[in-house]
Each structure stands twice: as C-alpha cells, then as structure tokens.
Design a protein around this ligand. Structure first.
Ligand SMILES: Cc1cc2nc3c(=O)[nH]c(=O)nc-3n(C[C@H](O)[C@H](O)[C@H](O)COP(=O)(O)OP(=O)(O)OC[C@H]3O[C@@H](n4cnc5c(N)ncnc54)[C@H](O)[C@@H]3O)c2cc1C
Length: 416
C-alpha cells in the first residue's frame, strides 16, 4: 500500500474500533485493519453478548464507567432496533453496521480480510507491518501503532514480552464456542429452567454430557424465540497455539450437540433448532503484554487510584475455572470502582506502540474484570487519544502529556 498513516490500529473489536475512531476525530489519519470482513471482533466472530454492567451509582443515579464512543455505539444500536429493552443484549448484524458507519463518519480508513503477519522494528520503533490480504502481500507503514488484537499478536510479532494466562502455570480462562438456539418458546422454557440444569448435571454424571461446566449458561437475545448459549467449556488448551485451538473447536462443537440433545427433553424446546455457532471459539484470556505497569488484583480490590489513570472499571472479577468446573466471582460494592493507569497500555521497550482491550498489561486475576466489552472500548478510546496527544506534541508514546490526555478523556465522559 502506498499510503503512510499517522496510526495503524490492528484489530477491529471494541478496543480497536474505539481507538481508531478516537484518534481520527482528533485529526489523525488512521487505518484500522482486521482479518474478519467486518467490525466487532469477538462480539461478532465469537457471538458474545450481553454488555456486562459498566456503571456506578453517583448521587442516586447510574453513571457509566466508559467513554462517549461506547455510549454512541449503544445509542446507534438502539436507533436501528438492534438493542434489547434492557440495553444489554444486541443484534450483532446491526452492530457490524453501526460500527462501520461510525468509523467512516469519523474518517477511519478500513482494511478487512487482512492479517498482520510480521513487524519490522528498529530501536524500539515499529517501522512497518507485513500483511496478507485477499491474495496479496502488503507492507503497511505508520508513525504509531495500536495492538487491539485481543491476543496481543502485533506486540508479539514486534518482540514484546508478555504473560500467558495464570502466572503459576500459564493456564487461561476456558474457551467457549457460543451458539444460538432458535424456535424456543421462551416463557415455557423459563418455567423449566431448573429442570434444564438438573438434567444437565444428571447427564454429566452419566457421561452423556462431557462439558465440565457446572451448569447451563444462557441469555436472552433481542429476538423473542432465540436463546444465546454461552455454556461450552474447553480447558487446558493454549488459545494462542493453532493446533490447540483447532482441538478446542472440535471438542466444543461436540459439546454444542450434546446440549441440543438435552434440550429435546425440556418443555419449551419442542421446535428448537441450532440457529448458528460462532465463527470461532471465544477466547476470554490469552496473552497480557508486559507494560510499564502491571495491574494486579490487589489494585482492583484496593480500589486503586493512579496519577496517570486513563480508565475506570468495576465489573466483578469473574473467573471461569481454567481447570474444569466452577466459576468464581468477586463483586465490587455499589459505588466502588478502580482505576487503570496509562502505563498498562505501554509495552516495555517501545516508542510508538500501545496495546488496548483485553491484552493490556495485567495479571490473570485483574484481567478477569476489565476484559468486558464496555471497558475494552474505554481502553481503546484512551489509547487513541494518547496517540493524538503524543503526535500533536511531538513526543513518544511513553512520554505522552498525561494531564492533557486526561483533560481530553474527562471531556469525553471519562470518570477519572
Ligand atoms: C465466551 C465469551 C463470553 C464473553 N461474555 C461477555 C459478556 O457477556 N459481556 C461482555 O461485555 N464481555 C464478554 N466477554 C469478553 C469480551 O467479549 C472480550 O473480552 C472483548 O470483546 C475483547 O475485545 P477486544 O477489542 O480487546 O478484542 P477482540 O474483540 O477479540 O478483537 C480483536 C480483533 O483483532 C483481530 N485480529 C487479531 N489478530 C489479528 C491479526 N494478526 N491481523 C488482523 N486482525 C487481527 C480479530 O479478528 C478481532 O476482530 C466474553 C468473551 C468470551 C470469549
């Protein structure tokens, strides 16, 4: 490609989309690259919903803990009829449209069906990216880069250090192949929700269900005969190893059909059918880049405040057992939240690279809280603003003017 950009964002999930839009609306010339044919990342490729809670109570009112771009996405979904009445579940087809319209509105250039395969780095500065897209190799150049790939792929290709999963054994949260079941008589199925769990456990004991998860996890969707199942569970497989992920996909697909057999026994599912499985197994956790600061569970539980705070969050520390059955939760009290410092977005040893989304610098336990979609968007928006501030001031990314960055974010509804 002949064009040179101010910023290339790799990954078009909530983090990457927010990063690209933010930098573009602050005057940067931005390219957003994704290997999928659309925006939304795991939300669409992994069929993930709903938006987990992202607000706190302030003077008796709910106050969102995210930036204005995420709120604009939610409003955009609502306007096109793609948001549930609870404002949490959404239609991913409408999400794809909302995100691409917003990106184009803010002036982001899009490059789909393109995978970043390598990075050329000199003295801590990424010079260019190699990409493979639609039958051709490409070289992409920019002054700055944001890694919003979820798995920290750009950072790894650039030689950054990282932590995979848990510190003690590198095990990650389980992978889950989400699926949708249509034709459900939902009021009737709701009445028999307990039976579904009871029979699931019975079949598990009898060996007819091989899924190690402790119960059946499902959610309402925007459609009144469709349930969303976030219930398959594959543990002890490395989500960054292609062979391991392939094995996980195979195991999870068998689990989907075990559940479909089970549903035949439950009132409300007489006309149910498997509407879709996700394009790829969902990865909750993989690599966390080693940044200038590593967010810890002590920071979260201590409601940490940082001089260089660029985001806030309070979703529970929600850990699906990396070894098998069970899910643990640590809930924040109403009105509580913790801060995330800018340094978690800055990989060690790089002048022109930031990370955003679920792969920022943190421990396994801390990641279990901020990994949800609203906060990935919040982190992305902060990263995009940081690039704009650094380029306006002519500084490197580790030396960004934090006060100026925070002032911009406060204007954009950030509670820092
Ligand atoms: C099973 C499951 C259930 C979840 N449930 C919820 C929930 O109920 N509510 C909630 O809010 N959150 C939930 N989450 C968490 C949330 O969905 C993710 O953490 C979040 O979407 C991650 O956003 P992201 O932008 O960091 O990365 P992603 O959305 O993963 O985006 C990364 C993008 O990078 C692209 N990419 C990767 N590598 C390359 C490359 N080399 N070249 C080009 N493109 C590349 C990918 O195609 C992808 O589009 C769940 C996650 C999973 C897996």
């Amino acid at each position: 490609m002949n064009k040179h950009f101010d910023l290339i964002v790799v990954g078009g999930g909530f983090a990457g989309v927010a990063a690209a839009m933010e930098a573009a609306r602050h005057g940067r010339h931005v390219l957003l690259v994704d290997k999928y044919n659309c925006l939304g990342g795991t939300a669409v490729g992994g069929l993930v919903l709903p938006f987990m809670p992202y607000s706190t109570r302030e003077e008796g009112n709910d106050r969102p803990l995210t930036g204005d771009l995420f709120l604009e996405i939610v409003d955009g979904l609502d306007k096109l009829g793609g948001l549930g009445a609870n404002r949490k579940c959404f239609d991913e087809e409408i999400l794809k449209l909302v995100l691409q319209r917003m990106c184009l509105k803010y002036g982001v250039e899009l490059l789909f069906n393109t995978t970043i395969t390598d990075a050329c780095v000199e003295n801590g500065k990424i010079k260019s990216l190699s990409a493979w897209g639609k039958s051709r190799h490409m070289t992409l150049t920019a002054d700055a880069f944001i890694d919003a790939t979820g798995d920290a792929e750009l950072s790894v290709l650039s030689g950054a250090s990282y932590q995979l999963g848990r510190e003690e054994d590198n095990l990650c949260q389980p992978m889950t192949l989400s699926f949708r079941v249509g034709g459900v008589d939902i009021p009737k199925a709701r009445e028999h929700r307990q039976l579904l769990n009871d029979l699931y456990l019975q079949w598990q004991a009898e060996g007819k269900i091989t899924n190690p998860r402790e119960n059946v996890l499902l959610f309402a969707t925007c459609h009144d005969t469709v349930y969303h199942f976030n219930t398959t569970r594959v543990v002890k497989h490395d989500p960054t190893d292609p062979m391991e992920v392939t094995k996980a996909e195979i195991i999870a697909r068998e689990q989907v059909f075990e559940i479909m057999e089970l549903l035949k026994e439950i009132p409300g599912y007489e006309k149910a059918f498997l509407q879709s499985t996700a394009l790829q197994i969902g990865i909750r956790e993989s690599r966390m880049v080693e940044g200038l600061y590593k967010l810890t569970v002590e920071d979260l539980k201590g409601l940490a405040r940082f001089e260089d705070a660029i985001a806030v969050a309070n979703y529970d520390i929600d850990i699906h057992n990396p070894e098998g059955s069970g899910t643990s939760h640590y809930y924040f009290a109403p009105g509580d939240w913790y801060e995330i410092p800018y340094r978690c977005l800055v990989p060690k040893g790089f002048e022109n690279l930031l990370v955003a989304g679920r792969c920022i610098s943190s421990t396994h336990e801390a990641q279990a809280s901020y990994r949800i979609m609203p906060y990935c968007a919040e982190l992305g928006q902060a990263a995009g603003a940081a690039v704009a501030v650094a380029q306006e001031n002519g500084t490197t990314l580790p030396n960004v003017d934090i006060k100026k960055l925070q002032a911009i974010l406060r204007e954009e509804k950030y509670m820092i």
